[in-house]
Write a protein that binds this ligand. Structure first.
Ligand code: AHR
Length: 331
């Protein structure tokens, strides 16, 4: 059942009790008692991940291109320093102290956000999660999470794998970094389809979203298993592209000896699918800036929104399917 969430702000009128009002689009400072001048911009603090790969670049570019001054926003972009959570928490704290109107958070780590989220709640600044979830998941501490459904996406990858290997086979999983929420969600979804099939996981190891590590980890695991690997589940495109290089350098043919499935759907992966190096690519659509803007406007106007807003994402299982979309691919 979807849950509707509403962000309301109490005026400090203790004598007459609290009166909940929806927030008009506020000028910076976030005080609902102030009527916003037409010229005031809504200030948005974006606690971002920063440089991480093609998916992240597309996602954060899309957010920045959506929350423009022409659209009535001042977007304050705060990418993490080297994916370090402390730098994100520091940026989050600064945005709360500054009194931005809303915070967008793409968390580098799933845990460790309770204090920050409670501070934002005390300051009556709504927080919207983009892409990454948090643990423990306390929905009272944020308005909504906007992301494709990792569990569903990964379960579809797993269902494709089971269909491809009716007689079973050995596979390895290349995971994102430990501690990142989407990694657990993708493992959960994959396992829900693959458990009980003839597919056997001989190894699971992080390759930290990177092509270079995807290649080196795959090289090591192929050697350790005498090349007796028929399938690779890479939790993002870059790791899968690196794995394809390792497969070729081991004298094996991607798509024939070893099938590789990835998640994201970036241009490079779609080209590799068209070329036969990858066998399956599930989109994890990063282009949800318009949805985020709609949610911010509704939230600040006191309208309710779903507690988890799922971004639709497509699956591509053949070279022909990839060719059909490559020319117009936006990321
Ligand atoms: O959280 C989304 C993941 O983070 C993407 O699948 C990956 O490419 C990115 O680094």
């Amino acid at each position: 059942m979807s849950v509707q969430r509403r962000f309301t702000k109490f005026l400090g009128l203790a004598a007459v009790g609290a009166l909940t009002v929806g927030l008009a689009a506020c000028s910076s400072g976030g005080d609902s008692a102030d009527s916003a001048d037409a010229g005031d911009l809504t200030t948005v603090g974006f606690v971002a991940v920063g440089p991480e790969g093609a998916w992240r670049e597309a996602n954060e570019k899309n957010i920045q291109e959506t929350f423009t001054e022409d659209a009535g926003f001042e977007l304050k972009y705060a990418p993490a320093t080297n994916l370090d959570q402390k730098s994100q928490i520091d940026a989050f704290t600064s945005f709360v102290d500054e009194g931005v109107d809303v915070i967008l958070l793409s968390a580098t780590e799933a845990s460790g956000w309770e204090d920050s989220l409670e501070r934002a709640q005390e300051a009556e600044i709504p927080v919207i999660l983009l892409d990454r979830g948090i643990d423990p998941d306390d929905p009272s501490l944020y308005i909504t999470r906007i992301a494709p459904d990792n569990v569903e996406v990964a379960s579809e990858v797993g269902a494709w794998a089971v269909e491809q290997f009716p007689d079973g086979g050995n596979y390895i999983t290349l995971e994102g970094p430990a501690g990142v929420g989407v990694v657990n969600e993708r493992n959960e979804g994959w396992d829900s389809s693959v458990d009980g099939s003839g597919l056997v996981e001989v190894a699971a190891q992080t390759a930290n979203w990177s092509a270079e590590e995807g290649k080196s980890v795959t090289e090591t695991l192929l050697k350790a298993n005498n090349n007796n690997i028929q399938l690779i589940f890479a939790q993002n495109d870059e790791m899968g592209l690196g794995a394809a290089q390792a497969v070729e350098e081991a004298g094996l043919t991607p798509g024939v000896d070893v099938k590789i499935a990835t998640i994201d759907g970036t241009k490079a992966a779609m080209q590799a699918l068209a070329d036969g190096q990858l066998s399956y690519v599930h989109e994890y659509n990063p282009l949800f800036g318009d949805t985020a803007l709609d949610v911010v406007k509704k939230t600040l106007d006191g309208e309710s929104v779903e507690s988890y807003i799922i971004v639709p994402s497509e699956a591509f299982d053949s070279a022909e399917a990839a060719q059909a979309v490559l020319a117009d691919r936006k990321y």
